[in-house]
Design a protein. Structure first.
Length: 38
């Protein structure tokens, strides 16, 4: 049970890292587009 939760946590952390690495440049670009318009 403890090992399973540890594995799930590790997998979800890796998935989040992958999503962040892929989406961070786009989010940053979007934020830079939004900041001057505000």
């Amino acid at each position: 049970m403890d090992d399973a939760s540890r594995v799930i946590r590790h997998v979800t952390r890796n998935a989040w890292a992958r999503v962040a690495i892929r989406d961070l440049p786009a989010m940053r670009r979007r934020r830079f587009l939004y900041i001057p318009s505000v």
